[in-house]
Design a protein around this ligand. Structure first.
Ligand SMILES: [Mg+2]
Length: 279
């Protein structure tokens, strides 16, 4: 603990699993804060705003402010801003990412604005009037993903090959007691039809670390990334030059670490974030 000044916690699978708190995780975070450590939170979940995470964390007994929260939704908004973008973004995603992009002053259009709740057939898609000014496509987690949404994104991305194309993250699965499809599955559908890859802004992309460093003036070697997933959290930490700690309360297991095909080896592991001060 003394080796690090800043702790970046993933949330799903680290602080909570589904609706359940990971025992002791909140106490660990409070203890770090009391010792004067900086604690930040970084999630690939794009469905909530940063303010909603402040509220959720407080329900789990963790105090923080909006500026301590970094999410793939916020990353998408920050990335679009960094591209001196003009126009409107077509968004496949939930309200969290919609809000973050709008808060950055960027206009969005979603399928419900264009089609209401209607499913559009290929013949109708051929004839529809396309609003002008859509110069970007953002894909995040979308629990109501449809062929209509996919078809419109495909059209926009093929119409203009310089059109901005961003994914909030590409996690294959969604953290849940039952394995459910993650944003990566939705992104795979869009990129297959688009025939090109999006810029990914969530972990393991290191896009956000530059933002975090600029904002907080932190030292990479004195920063520890704590997460439950090798191919996002730990890969992000390693690619960003941070210390890395895998917790075994979420997606990845020690067997995954030891798998001969795995190249992402964390510096530390803990059975749980709750045991940081015990082990
Ligand atoms: Mg996680």
């Amino acid at each position: 603990v003394d080796g690090f000044d800043t702790y970046i916690f993933d949330m799903d699978g680290v602080i909570w699993v589904g609706a359940e708190a990971v025992p002791g995780a909140a106490a660990t975070i409070t203890r770090l804060q009391e010792r004067g450590k900086r604690v930040l939170f970084l999630t690939n979940n794009s469905t909530r705003t940063r303010q909603e995470y402040v509220t959720k964390l407080s329900k789990f007994g963790i105090k923080c402010s909006k500026s301590d929260i970094y999410s793939s939704a916020y990353a998408a908004a920050a990335y679009i801003e960094s591209q001196s973008f003009s126009g409107t973004v077509y968004l496949i995603g939930e309200d969290g990412v919609a809000q973050e992009i709008e808060d950055a002053g960027i206009g969005i259009v979603r399928a419900k604005d264009l089609f209401g709740q209607k499913h559009i057939l290929p013949s109708e898609m051929e004839k529809m009037d396309i609003p002008s000014g859509i110069n970007g496509v953002v894909v995040g987690q979308d629990f109501e993903f449809t062929w209509t949404k996919l078809a419109f994104a495909t059209f926009i991305l093929h119409r203009d090959h310089s059109c901005l194309f961003v994914s909030t993250n590409q996690d294959q699965t969604f953290p849940s007691s039952r394995t459910l499809p993650g944003t990566g599955a939705v992104v795979a559908a869009v990129k297959t039809a688009a025939m090109r890859d999006p810029v990914n802004v969530g972990k393991p992309s290191t896009f956000l670390i530059d933002y975090i460093i600029k904002h907080y003036d932190i030292e990479r070697s004195k920063t520890l990334m704590i997460g439950d997933r090798l191919n996002t959290d730990i890969a992000f930490g390693k690619d960003s030059g941070l210390g890395t700690c895998l917790v075994l309360t979420g997606v990845s297991s020690l067997d995954d670490v030891r798998d001969p095909t795995n190249k992402t080896i964390p510096d530390f592991y803990l059975s749980s974030a709750g045991s940081m001060f015990d082990e």
